[in-house]
Design a protein around this ligand. Structure first.
Ligand SMILES: [Zn+2]
Length: 377
């Protein structure tokens, strides 16, 4: 019986260029728990080039190349964990980290038996979202409730030929049994390294040692195949100082919008907001201390975000001052509260720039106003 327990909704075009490997890995692994490293499967004497999905966990065949070990190979192979179009690897960021060209690398993966044709059932699962599966079930008078895997299995059991035809022209490769364990171990190692770096940095911030936290994060990003952020020069000399300056603004932030949050809670939340700045993460959840009262209107995530925004708006102003700007414009964005809307598009002398986030903001998501530089004619 075809099983889809491993199949998850993964965008086939999702790659690490968009943000970071971290966010990409999170898409592959929803759970923060790390499975124990599995042993590399013992070689078996029978070659088996194309494994059906149901057989993917079986022992690996012997191939001339042995299992993959090169880090960039493992990273690219991970993209094929749930089946992917080989054309999706034709991105500059892969060409930049692989020891050979992308086409040669993919050819090597095929030659070594690391990538095989994905079974059509897997392709069908990956190519369809739940809202696309439901009408297909409806048309056939089948139950539309259940998890995605169950919907897929129900459709394939009821009408295999029609489902196969829906993905007949779609090309997809998937990891072979030989490559699956090494790739899983690689992903687990990468997640472990990130978790260790983040918890070390968080401990340093809570202990008031910003420089140590910055060093930890910079050292970690320098070890990554794809460091986070676009245009951040992690190997440059100034990166540590730059991050520390931004985080320092957050660590001393007392924005008016948070005047109703008890000071002892702000003291607990500032290091968390600084952590978002250092790591580029968007959610504070993993680092929030339990039992906080927060703000009467804003949830704790929003309170942390307002600390982060305050710090980054302060940094923007400092940057404008350093660049000799005299005026600043406030941009209120689309969906904002009356107080923020009233300020949208207004220009101020740099020295008279109003505080952001707006202290009078009443939006449930908090203030999202930004400073924009005004270029004098
Ligand atoms: Zn507002």
């Amino acid at each position: 019986m075809f099983s889809l327990t491993e199949a998850r909704t993964v965008n086939w075009d999702t790659g690490p260029s968009e943000q970071t490997m971290a966010s990409w890995l999170k898409k592959l692994f929803g759970s923060p728990s790390v499975p124990p490293p599995a042993a590399t499967p013992a070689p078996s004497p029978t070659p088996r080039p194309a494994a059906p999905a149901s057989a993917i966990r079986e022992p690996a065949p012997t191939t001339p190349g042995g299992p993959p070990t090169e880090r960039s190979h493992l990273a690219l192979l991970a993209k094929f964990k749930h089946g992917s179009d080989p054309a999706s690897a034709a991105q500059d960021y892969w060409a930049n980290v692989l020891p050979d060209t992308v086409p040669n690398t993919l050819a090597l993966f095929r030659r070594n038996g690391w990538l095989v044709d994905a079974p059509w059932q897997q392709v069908f699962a990956t190519q369809h979202r739940v809202d696309e599966l439901k009408p297909l079930l409806n048309e056939r008078g089948l139950k539309v409730s259940g998890k995605k895997d169950e919907l897929v299995e129900r459709l394939i059991a009821a009408d295999p030929e029609a489902m196969r035809l829906r993905v007949a022209g779609v090309k997809a490769w998937i990891l072979s049994a030989l490559a699956e364990c090494p790739v899983d171990n690689y992903l687990a190692r990468e997640r472990d390294a990130e978790a260790v770096a983040q918890s070390t940095a968080m401990d340093s911030l809570r202990a008031g040692n910003l420089d140590a936290a910055v060093s930890t994060i910079v050292a970690f990003e320098r070890t990554r195949l794809f460091p986070r952020g676009i245009g951040i020069d992690w190997h440059g000399e100034g990166i540590g100082r730059h991050l520390a300056e931004r985080a320092r603004n957050i660590l001393k932030a007392s924005p008016g919008i948070l005047r109703d949050v008890p000071e002892h809670e702000l003291a607990l939340l500032r290091p968390v907001a600084a952590m978002l700045e250092l790591t580029g993460e968007s959610r504070a959840k993993a680092w929030l201390p339990p039992g906080l009262v927060g703000h009467p209107r804003l949830d704790v995530e929003t309170v942390v975000r307002m600390l982060l925004f305050h710090g980054s708006n302060m940094a923007t102003l400092e940057g404008m001052r350093a660049n000799g700007h005299k005026k600043v414009e406030v941009s209120g964005g689309g969906d904002s509260c009356p107080a923020c809307s009233a300020m949208d598009g207004k220009k101020f002398a740099l020295s008279k720039a109003p505080e952001l986030p707006h202290p009078g903001c009443t939006h449930a998501m908090g203030c999202r106003c930004l400073y924009q530089a005004v270029f004098e004619e």
